[in-house]
Design a protein around this ligand. Structure first.
Ligand code: NAI
Ligand code: CS2
Length: 477
């Protein structure tokens, strides 16, 4: 495979710790940091402190040892471009450095932005607000000076910042949640209110929470990608990462203390992110979850394997165009059929090796925005939604198969899911019990037979014929 390794885009003189990125995983390295690196080619002092909260001390040690520099490999079937990224100026980890090192970073007057990629479950949400029964949140509220959740850490840091007499800053969520700015704000404010009403007031007045739509497919690092990284850079570096050439970032222009000129690197700065977010979460992520669950049941290890199967490929495109697109607000300048074709082409990128099992991780936190909300829209409009029903049923089937096989679903609700399987006979009773999970399905929706019946029937079809035939039958109907 042809690999072109680029020279650094800028020298690193003058960078200061102005952004704290919490959740410095695969995606942040290949998305936000790439935009920033490109902005820095024109100057500026926007350095990043890479932060992880629980796992990942070794990765941060390796990053420090490399002076913050790593490579992003942009790959498609034609070749690879390896781009050095030099925006990181330091790292911090509460387990390695102590929590005061993290809150001290937030209190630093140089800091202007806390950006987040902490996964959907990292916000500890229930519905539109904080889940006050969340075990981690309860522990942090009992011991707020030694927080372990992201929300607890952010609020402890904001308290240190207020107490130090510093001004406000911006908390920018870059996770795949609908209205991610509003939800991050709700989680932070709900938590702060439970601790200290004055602090909550200070946060309301001084901290901005812009929404963002983020898009770039960045699979977890695997051995093949590591070998390509070594080939491109001479080092099997755990912080370097393989991704696709495509990237998109739509950002609500609402920052408290300045921001990099992200638009110079191609980001779209807008007043309302919601229509972009909805389009991406439903068209891309909805079909990703469809393929993750049903593709896995059909024996496909990766998304590109799914695209090699005409039944799955055609079904993904049909899901996008007939069951997701009709639920969206039109976006000026976006041709939805072109967008769908582009997604199918991106899914077919075989260099990425994007595992269906990885995407199926945490599905209980993904289904509501990706598939349940569109189904609710179809009910309201009296339209059919057979592929959406199959995707939801496919998740239920995968959970049952995993638990019955002696495994544990990789999901924040794993224990509850295992309990549902243990307590029910397979079939309609099981589907009913799954629909009663209020974290995933709104109570009134689950109680509506027009919602429950298609899912139960899709589930029984998957059990009877297997996932692939169930899809083929639904397509033929
Ligand atoms: P990753 O596994 O490489 O990194 C996840 C990061 O989140 C790690 O730093 C981990 O320590 C942290 N984290 C996990 N659970 C947490 C919790 N409960 N509280 C606080 N931090 C927690 O995953 P990756 O690929 O970086 O994805 C992270 C998120 O980025 C996704 O969940 C999604 O919301 C968003 N995203 C990912 C894309 C991708 O293709 N990988 C594309 C678009 C968005
Ligand atoms: C995927 C996303 O893991 C998942 O849930 O659907 O991470 C997907 O790769 C990105 O959103 C693409 O931008």
């Amino acid at each position: 495979m042809q690999i072109e390794t680029l020279a650094p885009a800028h020298d690193r003189q003058g960078l200061r710790p102005r952004i704290l990125h919490i959740g410095f995983g695969a995606f942040a390295r290949a998305h936000q940091l790439v935009y920033l690196d490109q902005v820095l080619a024109d100057g500026g002092d926007w350095g990043v402190i890479a932060c992880r909260l629980n796992s990942g001390v070794e990765d941060l040690d390796a990053l420090d040892a490399a002076d913050g520099i790593y490579h992003v490999l942009e790959a498609d079937d034609r070749g690879i471009v390896a781009r050095p990224i030099g925006a990181v100026v330091g790292s911090v980890h509460p387990v390695r450095d102590g929590i005061a090192a993290v809150t001290g970073r937030i209190a630093d007057p140089a800091l202007a932005i806390i950006s987040l990629t902490i996964t959907e479950k990292g916000y500890a949400l229930k519905g539109d607000g904080l889940d006050a029964d969340h075990a981690g949140i309860k522990a942090d509220l009992a011991n707020p000076d030694a927080p372990r959740t992201a929300i607890g850490v952010i609020v402890a840091g904001l308290r240190a910042r207020r107490d130090a007499g510093q001004g406000g800053l911006t908390v920018m969520s870059c996770d795949n949640l609908p209205h991610n700015g509003r939800l991050a704000r709700a989680a932070v404010l709900d938590y702060a209110r439970l601790l200290d009403a004055d602090l909550a007031g200070w946060i309301e007045g001084n901290v901005r929470f812009p929404a963002t739509m983020v898009d770039r497919i960045v699979p977890a690092l695997n051995d093949k990608a590591l070998a390509l990284i070594e080939q491109a850079t001479g080092r099997a570096d755990p912080n370097s990462i393989l991704t696709e050439p495509f990237r998109q970032w739509v950002i609500e222009d609402d920052f408290a203390a300045g921001r990099p000129a992200f638009e110079d690197a191609g980001a779209q700065m807008v007043q309302d992110v919601a229509p972009f977010e909805e389009m991406k979460l439903r068209m891309l992520n909805g079909s990703h979850s469809f393929l993750a669950c049903l593709g896995q049941l059909a024996g496909c290890e990766t998304v590109s394997d799914c695209m090699d199967d005409p039944v799955l490929r055609d079904a993904a495109r049909r899901l996008m165009l007939t069951e997701q697109a009709p639920t969206l607000r039109p976006l000026p300048g976006v041709d939805i059929a072109d967008y769908a074709d582009q997604l199918i082409a991106r899914f077919g990128n075989s260099t990425l090796q994007h595992r269906t099992a990885q995407i199926a991780t945490d599905t209980s936190a993904k289904l509501p925005q990706r598939l349940v909300a569109p189904a609710a829209a179809h009910l309201a409009a009296d339209r059919d939604w057979p592929l959406t029903a199959l995707a939801i049923a496919g998740w239920m089937r995968l959970v049952r198969q995993t638990v019955e096989g002696g495994g544990k679903p990789a999901d924040p609700m794993a224990d509850r899911l295992a309990q549902v399987v243990a307590d029910t006979q397979d079939g309609g009773d099981y589907v009913t019990a799954m629909l009663a999970l209020t974290q995933v399905f709104l109570v009134e929706l689950a109680a509506d037979p027009r919602f429950a019946a298609p899912i139960a029937s899709a589930y029984l079809n998957i059990v009877r014929t297997g996932a692939r035939t169930a899809i083929a039958n639904a397509m033929g109907a």
